[in-house]
Every structure is written in structure tokens, then in C-alpha cells.
Write a protein that binds this ligand. Structure first.
Ligand SMILES: C[S@@+](CC[C@H](N)C(=O)[O-])C[C@H]1O[C@@H](n2cnc3c(N)ncnc32)[C@H](O)[C@@H]1O
Length: 228
């Protein structure tokens, strides 16, 4: 896919946010993890520092750290302004305030950029995009997808979602996806149909309430595992 940087909002989340969004335990973090659509999250950078094994893939990784950071600086004020103008849409238990959110996003992209070149050399950041992954069957224990699938339900079809989840399940033993709301804060219209199709293929799907909530009502994660 040709990604135009001027269309991208490179906002990334931290390791602590990933832990909360996906209910990650120490045992989970010891697994081999594929972060799909990780973008400028600091999840990989921070996890690597702690000795965990994460590979991140994203179409954004065709750009340099400098380009990604420049784009962040161009859009951050406007996004935070939009957040301030829609106070009913957000829950501030985690970030405290829109300015706290800005600081946390700034910290995440700084950690990401500082790690990006080394991470590329170590193949921890690889260019890739759903619905096709270049990895082998069952290569990873756990696949995570934060703020891409279901969030952009108004931009990507049900078929794209189903194909993408199936592809993640091909390469990962378990898949977790967060959030399950769209950008309009509505439950994703694709969630029910995708779950039905997965269950028809004998996958176990569980919607789990998690401690993280920024979008109001967005505190649920989908966990999908292969039935024994
Ligand atoms: C809102 S960001 C989320 C970044 C990160 N997961 C986080 O939560 O901090 C969405 C990401 O999805 C990526 N993306 C867009 N199309 C994609 C695709 N087809 N496959 C995988 N990632 C894609 C974008 O480049 C962007 O980095």
C-alpha cells in the first residue's frame, strides 16, 4: 500500500498502555509477540529494553524517524485541540488531561524514534501491512493490534477485517485487538459478524473488559484463541 505521510496521524502508545489495553501479564510478555500496526508506539522500544521479544510491523516503517517525528509535530496541536473541544468523548483516568495526553504521546514517539534505526537493523521494525503478513504459520505466540482493526471500521470493510484477523491467527497462536469502538465511539459494525465467522471456524472469542479507557466506553479487548 502506498501510504501518504500527510494522511497519517502518528500517535503511539507506551508499553504501560499496551499492558493495560491487552491485560498483558509477565507471562504474556515473555512470549514472542507480533505487534501489528504498531506505528510510532514505544511498546517495542521499552519492551526490548526489558529483554522481551517483540516484532512490530506497520506500513509507516517506509519512512525515516525524522519524517515520522516531523509529521507528529505538524499534527499534535490540532489533535489535542480537537480532543479539548469534545470533552464528553474522553475519560481522563489514565492521562489526566488533554495536555497529559500530549506529553504521553510525545514521550512515546521520542522513545520510538530513539530506538527506530537500531530496531530496523535488528528486524524489530518491519514494513508490512494487513491483510497479508510475510511470516510463517504459528511463528509468534501472541499477536496484538492496537488502534487499527475495528477502530477504522468506517474505512475498512468487514471482509478486510475478517481476512486480517484470520491472517494474524495464521501466524500467531493468540490474537488480541483493542479497542472495539470506532473513531465515532460506536461499537464496530464488523465485530459481531467477524466473531460469528471465527466461531464457525471453531475459534474461541472472548470480549474482555480492561483497565484502560480513553475513548469513552472503549475499555474492551477481543481475545481470539484456537480451540483445543
Ligand atoms: C492509530 S495508529 C496505532 C499505533 C499503535 N498501534 C498504537 O496503538 O500506539 C494506527 C496504525 O495503523 C497503521 N496501518 C494503516 N494501515 C495498515 C494496514 N493495512 N496494516 C497494518 N497497519 C496499518 C498506521 O500506519 C498506523 O501506524
Amino acid at each position: 500500500m502506498v501510504v501518504r505521510l500527510e494522511k497519517v496521524v502518528p500517535f503511539g502508545r507506551s508499553l504501560d498502555e499496551y499492558i493495560q489495553m491487552f491485560n498483558l501479564t509477565e507471562q504474556d510478555l515473555q512470549k514472542s509477540i507480533l505487534g501489528v500496526a504498531d506505528g510510532p508506539a514505544s511498546f517495542n522500544a521499552e519492551s526490548t529494553q526489558l529483554g522481551y521479544r517483540i516484532k512490530s510491523i506497520d506500513p509507516l516503517y517506509q519512512f525515516t524517524a525524522h519524517q515520522i517525528r516531523e509529521r507528529f509535530d505538524q499534527v499534535v496541536d490540532n489533535i489535542i485541540e480537537q480532543v479539548k473541544n469534545t470533552p464528553d468523548d474522553w475519560v481522563w483516568t489514565y492521562h489526566g488531561s488533554p495536555d497529559g495526553l500530549r506529553e504521553n504521546r510525545k514521550r512515546a514517539i521520542e522513545l520510538f524514534c530513539a530506538d527506530y534505526e537500531a530496531g530496523k537493523v535488528e528486524n524489530r521494525y518491519e514494513l508490512g501491512e494487513l491483510p497479508d503478513l510475510k511470516y510463517g504459520d504459528g511463528e509468534f505466540d501472541l499477536g496484538l493490534c492496537s488502534h487499527f482493526l475495528f477502530l477504522y471500521s468506517d474505512h475498512f470493510s468487514e471482509q478486510f477485517h475478517f481476512d486480517s484477523v484470520c491472517e494474524m491467527l495464521r501466524v500467531c497462536q493468540e490474537v488480541r485487538i483493542f479497542p472495539l469502538l470506532t473513531l465515532m465511539l460506536k461499537p464496530s459494525q464488523h465485530l459481531g459478524p467477524v466473531i460469528e465467522k471465527l466461531q464457525a471456524q471453531s475459534y474461541q472469542c472472548e470480549i474482555v473488559t480492561v483497565p484502560y479507557e480513553l475513548q469513552r466506553g472503549g475499555n474492551e479487548m477481543l481475545s481470539i484463541t484456537k480451540s483445543d
